[in-house]
Design a binder for this molecule. Structure first.
Ligand SMILES: Nc1ncnc2c1ncn2[C@@H]1O[C@H](COP(=O)(O)OP(=O)(O)OP(=O)(O)O)[C@@H](O)[C@H]1O
Length: 233
């Protein structure tokens, strides 16, 4: 059994004439410790898949297993526990609490889960040792995204889910963020899934998953992933 199993997942919104199939029998797997890149055009169902994996949404049909746990069979209480302890989320627009410092933002997330890392130590790891007492508004976009990654990683999640993590950043800052995500996967042994529109990033992945119209149209293992610093686009 794979660490992550998405089996024939359907997610439907609305009904009758207005039925939208956000996911239509989508299936893929990710192994523990892999870095998976999810590609697909706008509306292909990528975010819906990530939200289901993160326990923020549930499938209409199909099964979703993470480390053997079937999320489709979880009640709200179990999903809350799962989101708190097992999932780290990184969004395009950081979503930091504006009136808390970088350190406090990370501490806040660490406090709600059972087994967390030291917040200051994780901030040092992402290169923000000198900036932890700054508020988000005093940090650049790339620095805010580093705080968001530290906040997610401090929870020691089973899965680090990243939805367009570089979408709001310039080229070189985006590259630094991807480097941190690749390092997190390799050094901290965390399974990482990254959604992107940028197909040039495909070579950095251990596993490439392509979505189209709610379906997974390709799934490929890459035995020779390329370090992000060697990828240009
Ligand atoms: N809550 C909702 N209600 C109705 N339709 C929805 C809802 N959420 C998503 N959809 C629809 O489901 C489809 C898939 O959306 P999704 O956000 O998963 O795509 P995506 O691949 O992440 O796109 P993007 O790259 O633009 O973020 C789209 O047609 C979208 O409009």
């Amino acid at each position: 059994m794979a660490y992550v199993e998405f089996n024939n997942v359907c997610k439907e919104y609305g009904s009758g004439e207005g039925l939208i199939k956000a996911l239509d029998q989508a299936s893929f797997t990710v192994e523990e410790g892999q870095l998976a890149v999810i590609l697909g055009s706008s509306g292909a169902g990528k975010t819906t898949a990530l939200n289901i994996l993160g326990g923020m949404d549930s499938p209409t049909r199909g099964s979703v297993l993470v480390d053997g746990k079937d999320l489709a069979g979880c009640n709200n209480r179990e999903l809350t526990k799962y989101r708190r302890n097992d999932i780290g989320f990184v969004f395009q627009f950081y979503n930091l609490v504006p009136n808390l410092t970088a350190l406090e933002n990370v501490e806040l997330a660490a406090q709600i889960c059972q087994d967390s890392m030291d917040a200051a130590e994780v901030l040092r790891k992402v290169g923000l040792g000198e900036r932890m007492n700054n508020f988000p508004a005093q940090l650049s976009g790339g620095e805010q995204q580093r705080v968001a990654i530290a906040r997610a990683v401090a929870k020691k999640p089973k899965l680090l889910l990243c939805d367009e993590p570089t979408g709001a950043l310039d080229y070189s800052t985006g590259k630094q963020i991807l480097q941190i995500l690749q390092d997190t996967c390799r050094k901290d042994d965390i399974t990482v899934l990254i959604i992107t529109h940028n197909s040039a990033l495909a070579p950095m992945a251990d596993k490439l998953i392509r979505f189209k119209s709610g379906k997974v149209i390709a799934e490929k293992v890459n035995d020779t992933p390329v370090p992000i610093e060697e990828i240009e686009w």
